[in-house]
Design a protein around this ligand. Structure first.
Ligand code: ZN
Length: 409
């Protein structure tokens, strides 16, 4: 352990810089659909990565398909994925990842980063996960300053669309997972510093229901009410809750109708499904399809189902358990008592794991209240967590941790 200490101690001198970067990068709005803002964050991060001397490239992503308010499919452009690589020829390859987007759109009232009296920093993305990116770059800087860096290679992958389920970057992540041996993702740790183990899988679906519009007074009986039909559908799928352990269906959005003297001919419903096991996917899909065909039997009603499971459940494999143990041991060396617990939330760690990459996915800052305008992080966790990542990287590079797990296991 003693040989790593001077390199880890250097991080103390970097606190002010990290703290300043946190404010600068979080004050740039980068809601998932703010391509310009995401581009600015990307440039900012490229600047932070300069001392690492890696090879920088960007990948243009496929547009995202959404169902618009008229029930038609629309394509929405997204930002680019930023990739920074070093020593791709080394035997051991480590993926370090995160996202550049936040859940706060350009017109959100939550735009400013501030230091509160109780010594927390509040701001959009401070925990989820721009704070994590800042410490990730510093941890890599520690590795590069150490004498052992040459024996491992790394690849930083930063996508612009994680908060909307990574629709454009999913394929890129899959390819990255295949060429690396293990992954470290900088989602925030739980507020007590602990880490996530199993994660549920998730799917987002949209149902478009079309009926027939007529005047509600003159020929009501000739109309086909799309709102009634979609309500019947919602009831069918909501009744699936409780039928299978850890599978939940959340009807989350409904739109339809207009003037109340017209029988509505269009209604749209969006819902989210969470599953715990890969096989739950087909259980859910079969039941969704039969609910759709049941409603479609009604005269003059047409229901269309869009969407899919974009994140598979993250199941902890032996390789992943080995990685968890490594992180826990490094934590112990640094005086942190880290433990793991499962969560219903999902992230790109799910995508990478389903492509065969063992990964730890919330090794970023300590913080809480993410996805709300009360999001905060503990600034002292910048150095604390940078040390954790740096120690893992140095131990892997030195060979103190032997990573014998084959790719894709
Ligand atoms: Zn996140």
């Amino acid at each position: 352990m003693i040989k790593y200490i001077p390199y880890l101690d250097w991080l103390e001198s970097q606190y002010e810089l990290m703290y300043q970067s946190l404010f600068e990068v979080c004050d740039i709005n980068s809601g998932s659909f703010n391509i310009e803002g995401i581009g600015k964050v990307q440039k900012y991060l490229e600047k932070l990565a300069k001392p690492l001397n890696g090879t920088i490239s960007e990948i243009k992503q496929k547009p995202m398909q959404v169902v618009n308010s008229r029930g038609r499919i629309e394509r929405i452009n997204l930002g680019n994925t930023l990739i920074i690589k070093k020593r791709p020829e080394a035997k051991l390859q480590i993926l370090l990842g995160g996202h550049m987007d936040t859940v706060f759109p350009v017109d959100s009232p939550f735009q400013k980063t501030e230091h509160l009296e109780n010594n927390v920093v509040k701001g959009p993305g401070v925990a989820d996960l721009k704070g994590g990116l800042i410490l990730m770059f510093k941890a890599l800087e520690v590795l590069e300053r150490s004498p052992w860096a040459e024996s491992i290679g790394w690849e930083v992958v930063l996508n612009p669309d994680e908060e909307i389920g990574s629709p454009g970057s999913a394929e890129i992540l899959k390819a990255c997972a295949k060429r690396n041996d293990l992954g470290m993702i900088y989602e925030p740790a739980f507020p007590d510093g602990n880490l996530a183990s199993d994660r549920k899988g998730s799917g987002n679906f949209t149902v478009v229901c079309r009926g027939k519009a007529v005047h509600a007074g003159r020929e009501f009986h000739n109309g086909r009410n799309a709102i009634r039909a979609i309500s019947d559908f919602i009831q069918l799928i909501d009744d699936l809750n409780g039928q299978m352990d850890d599978v939940t269906i959340n009807p989350g959005y409904i739109q339809g109708g207009g003037a109340v003297n017209i029988v509505p001919d269009l209604a749209i419903h969006k819902f989210n499904v969470r599953i715990a096991r890969p096989e739950d996917e087909s259980w859910v899909l079969d039941r969704l399809k039969s609910a759709v065909s049941k409603i479609n039997k009604k005269d003059g009603i047409n229901l269309e189902l869009h969407g899919h499971f974009n994140r598979k459940p993250k199941i902890i494999t032996d390789s992943n358990q080995f990685l968890f143990d490594v992180v826990q041991d490094c934590g112990t060396d640094l005086g942190m008592n880290l433990s793991y617990r499962p969560t219903g939330g999902c992230c790109d760690g799910n995508n990478l794991a389903s492509a065969g990459l063992p990964n730890i996915d919330n090794i970023g800052v300590r913080g809480d209240n993410i996805h709300s305008d009360e999001e905060f992080m503990y600034p002292e966790s910048l150095v604390e967590r940078a040390k954790l990542s740096a120690l893992i990287l140095m131990k892997l590079a030195y060979g103190e941790i032997k990573w014998n797990h084959k790719r894709g296991l």
